[in-house]
Design a protein around this ligand. Structure first.
Ligand SMILES: Nc1ncnc2c1ncn2[C@@H]1O[C@H](COP(=O)(O)OP(=O)(O)OP(=O)(O)O)[C@@H](O)[C@H]1O
Length: 355
């Protein structure tokens, strides 16, 4: 069961900038696809249009081979989970899960069997008689999933489903969602602005920026081969180094790498470097392919299993390096020290960008 979004455009005000502009992508069958992008990129609008909660100005939505663009919400066979729990407060967990089944006039015995099945699926078998106010945030969100899945949707639409939860619960539910998806195999479209969540959970990622698709591909493809400076910056926490093209190569401080083919002599370039693609050493061991630069340690910040090192380069650019805790201890540097930064790999784009 796949979803095809074709040339979708949505404006909320006549003459205003479109919230979604000529967007096309496919969500592969049985996979989790993520719509990832900053706030205001148009992700929720796309999701709501697929659900039938918004009408597009142009374009088509095809679900399971059927053009659903004109179909009402309840005929599309989709289950939706929003960030805010949207459970009925006066109903028990069982009644909440049964809601869509009762609307469809399923027999009482079948409803009970399906609710039992769903409670088992979300591992809340003992809490069916509680009301939402007697549940934790994470439990409520699991009930919202059960309610969405109870109707056996062809497609599960998730709009920042873990957005209102604290970091620990959020991470737990990420794992839980992956298990749930393995069990149900339902084609899923997830909206998030959290790139770690997108890279971890999904098999396919659609990066959105300003109402358009910036890039679509596997998480590995997006991370390793960002197509634009925006994608390189947005996914993977990147440092940006400024430089120029000289004799067909990009010179960025003491870093020299292949320049894009379109680059002309003297043209400005920017190198995008991932925090773990930089190796720090107290003395330069000379094995850097791209070159090494000496930098001054401006700030050290331990973050769990690694230390974030902010370096100021002679060019004036700053870079952030992530060093695993054990390597950092061996390195033995303090703020103010000079270190060699050996950039292992960088992605170079022509021009001067900011996001
Ligand atoms: N009902 C509405 N009426 C008017 N403008 C809207 C409406 N819904 C969304 N917009 C506008 O459309 C644009 C895209 O919003 P949308 O919610 O789709 O973005 P998003 O990527 O999901 O952002 P967020 O992560 O903050 O939810 C924004 O500029 C927003 O203000």
């Amino acid at each position: 069961m796949s979803v095809i979004v074709e040339k979708l455009t949505k404006r909320f005000s006549a003459g205003g900038a479109p919230a979604v502009s000529d967007v096309s992508f496919q969500a592969p069958p049985g996979a989790i696809t993520t719509l990832l992008g900053p706030s205001g990129a148009g992700k929720s609008t796309i999701l709501r249009t697929i659900a039938g909660l918004e009408t597009p100005d142009e374009g088509r939505i095809v679900i399971d081979g059927v053009d659903c663009t004109e179909l009402p919400v309840q005929k599309r066979g989709v289950g939706v989970v929003f960030q805010s729990y949207a459970l009925f407060k006066h109903m028990t967990v069982r009644e909440n899960i049964a809601f869509g089944l009762n609307v469809r006039r399923m027999s009482r015995a079948d409803v009970n069997a399906r609710v039992d099945e769903m409670l088992k699926l979300i591992q809340l078998e003992d809490l069916g008689r509680r009301t939402p106010s007697q549940l934790s945030g994470g439990q409520r969100q699991r009930v919202a999933f059960a309610r969405a899945l109870a109707i056996r949707p062809k497609l599960l639409l998730l709009d920042e489903p873990f957005g209102a939860l604290d970091t620990r619960v959020r991470k737990e539910l990420r794992e839980w969602l992956q298990d749930l998806h393995e069990q149900t195999g339902v084609t899923t479209l997830l909206v998030t602005h959290d790139q770690e969540e997108a890279l971890e959970i999904s098999q396919h990622v659609v990066i959105m920026a300003e109402g358009r698709v910036a890039q679509a591909g596997s998480p590995e493809n997006i991370y390793d081969s960002p197509a634009t400076p925006f994608v390189a910056s947005f996914v993977g926490g990147t440092s940006i180094l400024n430089g120029r093209v000289h004799e067909g190569r990009a010179e960025v401080g003491s870093l020299v790498v292949a320049a894009p083919q379109s680059a002309r002599e003297g043209e400005a370039v920017q190198a995008f470097v991932r925090p773990h693609d930089i190796k720090l050493a107290k003395s330069f061991d000379g094995d850097g392919q791209n070159g090494a630069s000496t930098g001054r340690v401006e700030r050290l910040k331990p973050v769990g299993g690694y230390v974030k090192v902010l370096l100021k380069l002679p060019s004036g650019d700053s870079i952030t390096v992530e060093v695993p805790r054990n390597e950092f201890d061996e390195l033995g540097v303090v703020e103010g020290d000079s270190v060699h930064a050996d950039v292992r790999t960088a992605r170079v784009f022509v021009g001067d960008f900011s996001i």
